[in-house]
Design a protein around this ligand. Structure first.
Ligand SMILES: Nc1nc2c(ncn2[C@@H]2O[C@H](COP(=O)(O)OP(=O)(O)OP(=O)(O)O)[C@@H](O)[C@H]2O)c(=O)[nH]1
Length: 587
């Protein structure tokens, strides 16, 4: 069996066995197989055979557990490729986090032993991410322990120490405590933080002695011996190594045994015992066959080279020196590979972090511009709403203003009772019409009329009845007037019409129509029965020139003539002239 398989089995056998139950449920069988997998190979194989008969009845979770153990059995038998394939599948698609985590642990471990640092770091990263989800304390401790182990193996002793200290802080006992203490000693040794009188040595040796962990115990003794060698205390180093060598040979754990022999060789050489030095160096080299990049090999070949030089056997010296140089080169190459693998993993992690940060920033930028666009749209909407509101208000205000203007204009131009032109507007409109007719030399006429005995209506039937009469007279005449005629109430019960393109003769006819229409008015809707009539005076520009004052004044004279001659009639200004006596006084 390859030596690194033995190393794997020894390392990952953290779970202690206790066996003796008769019940053979699948879960029970799986549990027992798991317990026995590293401690009792025969029992483990028997249990696996038994489980094989249930293979088709396994649930998915049980099947994962069975596959995990099957991979373990394959690794045990030397089929590392097959084992890794199964663990890799479980790492990706295992039904539970626990089985993924466990598969990763085995993969990290095997990658460390087969020196596949890149892959090992990949699985390590996966497990560090999963670690906080593991509730099974045994499994969690195993995860921390393997992390510390892998970091030390890859030469990242600060990280190894960090995780070993984490493990040590969990108040462990037994094997886990021993492993934690060993990892602390190992990390501190390479970090040059360890002295021979360090308490770490004592606590580590105590923990591994109580837990009966000879492999870890001897590994700790090695660091002690190496420190002594560094201090040139060869006697003490020899003492430590020799007092443990029998136990080491009994355990026969190759990586440690070969290092022990190499260190013994180096120490004996320092003590000028070349024979023993050569003997242990050759044993170390023998043991390291099949292993690569070991410092045992480097130490051992160096011892053999020195020893050959001491013997003046330069041919052997050269041969061993070449071997030493090769071993040292391969050892340093391995260190370099580990360093590069770690740097690459770190670089990837940094790059991932940078990518994530970049994505986050882009995301934030996108969100910000989205928010900006949203607020711009919102602002535009608000602005539009505001604009529409302002326009509506302005339009409303303008409509209101126009209405007010119209109302004011109407109030200024129209008589409030009769809703025909008032005197003020009549004056300007009539003046315009007169000017226009004068310009064209068209004749313009003026009809002026006044209601008859209106005071009597007021007095007899009340002012309201008088108003009713005024309104109905106005609307009746307004209906009769031509489109271009200017009709207005110019006094209490006095009305006037200015007619463009109309001479007195035509105006007399029109006035007659007015008179008849007024006389035909039925007063009964006012609530009273009484006659309504008006007296009319007519003139035109031919008689009174193009002067509003003369036209109205002369029409008024004609109207007085109508009053004096019996009312309810139409008189022409020409009649006024003839009605004057010789003194020019109207009769
Ligand atoms: N109801 C009403 N009466 C008005 C209004 N304006 C003036 N009057 C009245 O009109 C009357 C005019 O009377 P008079 O000037 O004596 O004229 P008359 O009674 O019509 O008599 P003759 O013109 O001579 O036919 C007065 O009593 C005024 O008070 C008005 O707006 N409403």
């Amino acid at each position: 069996m390859p030596k690194f398989i033995v190393a794997l089995i020894i390392f990952i056998s953290f779970i202690t066995p206790s066996w003796g139950d008769e019940i053979r449920s699948i879960d029970f069988l799986l549990e027992k197989a798991s317990e026995n997998r590293s401690s009792d190979a025969d029992e483990f194989n028997k249990l696996m055979e038994e489980l094989k008969t249930f293979e088709s009845n396994l649930s998915r979770i049980q099947n994962d557990e069975y596959s995990y153990l099957l991979a373990y059995q394959m690794a045990f038998r030397g089929d590392f490729v097959g084992a890794q394939t199964i663990w890799e599948q479980l790492s990706v698609s295992g039904q539970t986090i626990n089985i993924q985590f466990k598969a990763n642990i085995s993969l990290i471990n095997t990658m460390a032993l087969s020196k596949e640092w890149n892959k090992g770091l990949g699985y390590l990263e996966k497990n560090i991410e999963l670690m906080h989800l593991i509730t099974d304390s045994e499994l969690s401790q195993l995860g921390v322990s393997v992390t510390s182990y892998f970091y030390n193996k890859i030469g990242q002793y600060e990280l190894g120490l960090d995780y070993a200290t984490k493990l040590d802080n969990l108040f462990l006992n037994g094997r886990n405590l021993c492993v934690a203490k060993h990892q602390i000693v190992e990390s501190k040794f390479y970090l040059k933080k360890l002295q021979l009188n360090s308490a770490d040595f004592k606590t580590a040796i105590d923990a591994c002695s109580i837990g009966d962990e000879p492999v870890w115990l001897s590994a700790i003794q090695i660091y002690k011996a190496r420190l002594m060698l560094e201090n040139n205390d060869f006697k003490s180093a020899l003492n430590v190594l020799n007092s443990n060598v029998e136990e080491i040979e009994r355990i026969h754990y190759i990586p440690i045994q070969s290092l022990f022999y190499a260190l013994l060789a180096k120490t004996y050489q320092a003590e000028n015992d070349d024979e023993k030095a050569r003997e242990f160096a050759l044993q170390a080299i023998e043991l390291t066959k099949g292993m690569s990049n070991t410092d045992s090999e480097v130490i051992a070949y160096n011892v053999l080279f020195q020893s050959s030089v001491n013997d003046s056997d330069y041919e052997s010296a050269l041969r061993y020196y070449i071997k030493f140089a090769e071993a040292e080169k391969s050892y340093f190459d391995d260190l370099k590979t580990k360093y590069l693998a770690f740097q690459l993993a770190q670089h990837k992690a940094v790059e991932q972090k940078v990518q994530i940060e970049l994505l986050n920033k882009q995301n934030k930028l996108l969100q910000a511009s989205q928010r900006l666009a949203e607020s711009e749209t919102e602002n535009n909407r608000l602005f539009m709403a505001l604009l529409i509101m302002v326009i509506s208000l302005l339009s409303l205000a303008s409509i209101r203003a126009k209405q007010t203007q119209k109302r004011l204009k109407r109030l200024a131009q129209y008589d409030s009772l009769t809703q025909i032109f008032n005197r003020g507007h009549f004056t300007s409109a009539a003046q315009e019409a007169i000017t226009a007719c004068q310009k064209n030399q068209d004749t313009i006429s003026c009809i002026l009329f006044d209601l008859d005995n209106f005071k009597g209506i007021n007095d007899k039937h009340g002012h309201g009845c008088g108003d009713w009469v005024l309104k109905h007279v106005a609307s009746t005449c307004d209906d009769l007037k031509r489109k271009q005629d200017i009709f207005a109430r110019i006094g209490g019960e006095e009305f006037c019409v200015v007619l463009s393109n109309c001479n007195a003769e035509m105006a007399m006819n029109i006035a007659e129509d007015y008179r008849k229409a007024i006389a035909a008015l039925d007063s009964s809707p006012s609530g009273y029965e009484f006659p309504i009539s008006a007296s009319f005076g007519v003139t035109d520009s031919q008689q009174s020139d193009y002067s509003l004052e003369a036209l109205t004044s002369n029409a008024d004279s004609a109207m007085y003539l109508a009053k004096h001659t019996g009312r309810n009639r139409v008189c022409n200004y020409a009649d006024v002239e003839s009605a004057k006596d010789a003194d020019g006084v109207m009769i």
